[in-house]
Design a protein around this ligand. Structure first.
Ligand SMILES: [Zn+2]
Ligand SMILES: [Zn+2]
Length: 361
């Protein structure tokens, strides 16, 4: 069996040479891969191949809880060529950058309410809008009562940074006229079913809808119609029939979700270990969010075609846990239920009934 030994020796020598060669040139290989990535991505308009329609960027599917896999609540919208963002959870703006969101076409940011997890990325978002979007006017921020105070605060906090940007990059890149945000507060008609059109132009309508996140008052959800496609987004709410009524026959509903069994397990364990504050917080949050099953009922009663769960509590760092999170929700809704993940892009082309989903990272 001399030939077997010869072949074995040859394979070992070739493998050793390949390994040594790779090690010798691995920096060159890595740099070539890096340059290829730059060639494909830097400065490329990644919306250019998207069809006319409604496109939804999941820039943050998480909550206030620490989660290495999910940014705070943040949803980007592309309606035709016009771009919007709903909520500014921490990490959301950076995810939008990774996803190729068209900052230069951002027209406004809509906030659902003033809880920290929905605004704590606003400073970074405004910076990206200003610099990456080459803005010449401040970014418009629309939200419930409190929006003016919050935006004033972020403008003040980032004023020093803005002077550094101007000094370093010059007025062409960092025009002070485009720095920061200007706030507009939405007042809804009184009553649990209050809603108001907050933007209407041509075939695009954005409507703010009152939701029930008591004691946070008011808290808003949004409904967006573009041409023949539509979406609704709950913000933070319990199961709330007026939001369902405002979402009638939407193509896609984004609904927050909290798994009470999982949160109770955390609360109980914190109590066992003598951490009374944590135990109380994890008990308190049970009463102002919706369960995955309630979100599914909301989608069914609205006649939605697709449900995306987002603002997920607790964190779901491993995909397998998503199955336990959703549990019996699928028995309440016949359509597809997607557990939102950062980087997902949903596309609803105009003039069709298609809803496509893809991971951008
Ligand atoms: Zn909230
Ligand atoms: Zn929240």
């Amino acid at each position: 069996m001399v030939w077997v030994r010869r072949i074995t020796i040859t394979i070992v020598i070739v493998a050793a040479l390949a390994f040594a060669g790779f090690n010798l040139f691995k920096q060159q290989f890595a740099m070539a891969a890096f340059n290829r990535t730059v060639e494909r991505n830097a400065g490329v308009d990644r919306t250019a191949d998207l069809p006319d329609g409604l496109h939804v960027y999941v820039c943050g599917s998480g909550s206030p809880m620490s989660d290495p896999t999910r940014a705070g609540p943040c949803i980007g919208i592309l309606a035709g060529t016009r771009a919007y963002i709903i909520d500014a959870g921490a990490g959301g703006a950076r995810n939008l950058g990774t996803m190729g969101f068209p900052w230069g076409r951002l027209e406004a940011v809509y906030l659902t309410h003033m809880h920290s997890d929905h605004i704590d990325g606003l400073g970074e978002l405004l910076l990206q809008s200003w610099i990456a979007g080459a803005r010449k006017t401040p970014t418009a921020i629309i939200g419930p009562v409190g929006t003016i105070e919050v935006v004033d605060g972020f403008n003040a906090a980032y004023r020093i940074d803005s002077t550094f940007r101007l000094a370093h990059h010059g007025i062409e890149v960092a025009d002070p006229a485009g720095f920061g945000g200007t706030a507009t507060e939405v007042e809804l008609p009184p009553g649990p079913a209050g809603e108001r059109v907050v933007f209407q132009d041509g075939e695009l309508t954005i409507t703010a809808v009152r939701v029930d996140h008591s004691p946070i008052e008011p808290a808003l959800g949004y409904h967006i119609d573009y041409k023949d496609r539509s979406m609704s987004l709950s913000g933070d709410t319990v199961f709330h029939p007026p939001f369902i009524a405002a979402s009638t026959n939407v193509d896609i509903m984004f609904h927050e979700a909290l798994n009470r069994e999982m949160v109770t397990a955390i609360s109980d364990k914190l109590g066992e270990r003598g951490l009374a504050n944590g135990q109380k917080i994890f008990t308190d949050i049970l009463d102002y969010h919706a369960s995955p099953a309630e979100a599914a009922r909301a989608a069914r009663e609205a006649g939605a075609r697709h449900l995306v769960l987002y603002h997920l509590v607790p964190p779901l760092p491993v995909p397998l846990i998503e199955t336990a999170f959703v549990r019996d929700a699928r028995s309440h809704f016949d359509g597809p239920i997607t557990v939102g993940r950062d980087g997902m892009l949903f596309s609803l082309p105009a003039g069709s009934d298609r809803i496509t989903k893809r991971a951008t990272f």
